[in-house]
Design a protein around this ligand. Structure first.
Ligand SMILES: [Zn+2]
Ligand SMILES: [Zn+2]
Length: 276
């Protein structure tokens, strides 16, 4: 199987493209074009045009979770595409809020209503379980917390009426492509933990070898201890290509670059990959 991956929007950019905090990655495999996330605003659509990619030809949209830096470009993409299946976890529609240090809570969910997006053509397929797009391409569904050292941040919560409860990001999912050379895993933000995500991908597919990991790793606030454990676990998985994006942060990126040498790269806006 040949897989082509183009990053349409990320926090940083190759020459000529627009960058903004967020993520949008187009994956072509098994004869399908799957758009994973849509960036924060118009950068994904803008960059797709520059890259010569016609978003009217995409076959599915997968939303990694409900935060606006992954869903803000949805309406613009739908304007071009029209009717399309949008695969996600039902909690993407929870009333998500974030509390940042010394600030009042701010809305941190999808910046559109479901009705509005449906009017633009979104056909939501909301499942807690993995969704099989083809025999070899699936979403993780809800990711169990198994590693024992990856914690979910405490600054996210969900409002329900006058009450609020912690948001454990149950909606956070990844896209898995099961190939003859191992798994290719596309991460959104990896709020549930990169190792939890990869272990779940291994369990779902029965494939232990992970060939490539591309996308947001959420290591930007990771402690030295967590980073060391993450690196050890990643090495055990046999990763050949590690393309980090978005919420990885400078420090974790530098550590991973040191450890993974030629396997490592910064997966930023405009990066095109063909695997294997
Ligand atoms: Zn997020
Ligand atoms: Zn994010």
């Amino acid at each position: 199987m040949e897989i082509r991956i183009v990053t349409l929007s990320e926090n940083t950019a190759n020459y000529g493209y627009l960058a903004e905090w967020g993520l949008s990655i187009l994956v072509e495999a098994d004869g399908l074009k799957i758009l994973m996330d849509t960036g924060l605003s118009f950068s994904a659509v803008h960059n797709a045009q520059l890259l010569g990619i016609d978003l009217a030809t995409i076959d599915r949209i997968v939303i990694s979770h409900g935060h606006p830096d992954h869903t803000g470009g949805l309406r613009d993409v739908l304007t071009i595409k029209g009717e399309v299946e949008v695969i996600a976890h039902p909690d993407i529609w929870a009333a998500k809020y974030a509390r940042r240090e010394h600030q009042t809570a701010e809305y941190c969910g999808i910046p559109f209503t479901r009705e509005e997006l449906e009017k633009y053509g979104a056909r939501f397929n909301l499942k807690r379980e993995p969704v099989y797009i083809t025999d070899n391409i699936l979403t993780t569904g809800e990711i169990p917390i198994s590693s024992g050292y990856e914690e979910i941040e405490e600054n996210f919560f969900i409002k329900e009426g006058k009450e609020s409860r912690p948001d454990f990001l149950a909606d956070d999912l990844a896209l898995i492509i099961n190939t003859e050379f191992g798994l290719v895993v596309i991460l959104g933000c990896a709020h549930r933990g990169i190792i939890n995500t990869l272990r779940h991908a291994q369990n779902l597919t029965g494939q232990k070898l992970i060939y490539a990991v591309i996308g947001g790793t959420h290591l930007f606030r990771a402690s030295e201890e967590r980073l060391a454990k993450t690196i050890a676990d990643l090495k055990e998985m046999g990763i050949q290509r590690l393309g980090v994006s978005h919420c990885t942060g400078f420090h974790a990126s530098a550590r991973l670059a040191q450890e993974f040498k030629d396997a490592f790269f910064l997966n930023n806006t405009g990066t095109r990959l063909t695997l294997p």
